[in-house]
Write a protein that binds this ligand. Structure first.
Ligand SMILES: [Zn+2]
Length: 420
């Protein structure tokens, strides 16, 4: 039997398992409380389609596990009838830990259950060797937990990075710019932190974050584009983000950008990543004498000061992202496209350039692009921390009871000295 068949059989068995169904219902209630809280149980029943008795049972269990709390105030409709006791998320009991590995640095952070960054630290790679990076990040995380958790229990550690990450195997399969291959990130971080660890690609992780806390709430189909040192995409339909075998979906780095001749390390020319990535843009700016060092942060800073040459390069990049967006929109037909790219997020006019290009190039008839193509609403300085944290927060809002059980397993394995 192939791995996908085994997986599908396991899923079907899971779905018949009452504890699986209980966990999924608890997850749907917790998501409703996140989005609508403070909210009455009767409203939760209406929004989730669960019976009032089932909602009462699940909310009692979620309250007992400190995921939600009953609000002290009670309100009555026109002073008559039974009082409504709204419930809201309880953010005082737990937090999640986050690590994001970028090409030049690692971000280590703690987030609350609303996906808000409580504290973060950015550590440049002194050497980009996997064991050194993981060990250093784990040390910093231990310090952040000691100084900032304020009694809140960490539910787990989410690790996100670019490139190809196999979520199920817990492995970074390949990240060409870091020079990493087949790095068992989940195992390495679990050994060093003693926490429950999940790993994922950052575009998928951010797509989950947008659906839980950001601009994609309530949208049915969403495409996420991440344009940084690496170029990645992710796609979600209904409740689920598409992974594909070994989590390879979304690898758009080597799709061709029409008319572009930038050489790519893969041997071809005009690949999206070669054309759009930060090193390419920084090198072009340096060659044109716009900046004195070929460093992307310097280019972004120069553009923010209004340098016409730097602004032109970002506008060209926005136009090219618009072309790629049009092509991908024709393939997937998403209801919403969320773009993470500093120029579009921070420089006036770039978003319009991108949208104009999508409007002109896409064959599919799009609704108003000002509504369907949007930048992320997350602050640029918190986005990497949110990517890491969302890997665990996604698991929490899918099935809080299963996450809590896995978290307790990890803690008892840690205290008995067993490492998975
Ligand atoms: Zn290529």
């Amino acid at each position: 039997m192939s791995a996908p068949q085994r997986q599908s059989e396991a899923n079907q068995m899971n779905r018949r398992d009452p504890s699986y169904r209980r966990g999924v219902s608890a997850g749907s209630i917790l998501r409703t409380v996140l989005e609508h809280g403070p909210v009455a149980r009767s409203t939760i029943a209406r929004l989730t389609g669960l019976s009032p008795a089932s909602v009462t049972g699940h909310t009692a269990e979620l309250a007992q596990q400190c995921f939600i709390r009953e609000l002290p105030q009670t309100t009555r409709s026109k002073g008559v009838g039974r009082p409504h006791m709204p419930v809201d998320l309880d953010i005082s009991g737990y937090l999640v830990a986050a690590v994001h590995v970028a090409v030049a640095h690692t971000t280590i952070a703690l987030l609350d259950l609303r996906g808000r960054v409580l504290v973060q630290h950015q550590e440049p790679h002194s050497e980009a060797e996997p064991l050194a990076v993981v060990s250093r990040a784990s040390e910093i995380l231990a310090r952040l937990l000691e100084e900032h958790s304020a009694g809140r229990v960490p539910l787990g550690l989410g690790v996100a990075t670019g490139g190809w990450v196999d979520r199920e195997a817990g492995t970074l399969v390949e990240h060409r710019l870091l020079g990493w291959r087949d790095v068992p990130l989940r195992e390495l971080f679990a050994e060093r932190t003693g926490l429950l660890v999940e790993v994922d690609g950052h575009s998928r992780a951010l797509l989950q974050a947008e659906r839980l806390f950001g601009v994609a709430r309530g949208r049915n189909s969403v495409m996420h584009l991440f344009i940084g040192n690496v170029v990645d995409a992710a796609f979600a339909a209904g409740e689920s983000v598409h992974y594909g075998p070994r989590s390879q979906a979304g690898a758009i780095a080597h799709l061709p950008l029409a008319g572009n001749t930038e050489p790519c390390f893969c041997g071809r020319a005009g690949c999206l990543q070669a054309a759009l990535s930060e090193p390419t843009l920084a090198r072009r700016a340096f060659d044109e004498g716009i900046i004195t060092e070929p460093e992307f942060p310097l280019l972004l800073e120069t553009a923010r000061y209004g340098d016409p040459g730097a602004l032109r390069l970002f506008a060209e990049r926005a136009r090219d992202i618009g072309r790629a967006t049009a092509m991908l929109t024709d393939v997937f037909g998403p209801e919403l496209v969320v773009v993470v790219e500093p120029g579009v997020m921070l420089l006036d006019g770039n978003l319009s350039v991108l949208r104009d290009e999508v409007r002109t190039r896409a064959w599919s008839s799009l609704a108003d692009v000002t509504q369907t193509v949007v930048p992320t609403g997350f602050a640029p300085d918190s986005i990497l921390a949110i990517a890491g944290g969302s890997v665990i927060l996604d698991a929490l809002y899918r099935d809080p009871l299963a996450l809590l059980a896995a978290c307790e397993d990890a803690r008892s394995a840690q205290s008995s000295g067993i490492h998975a």
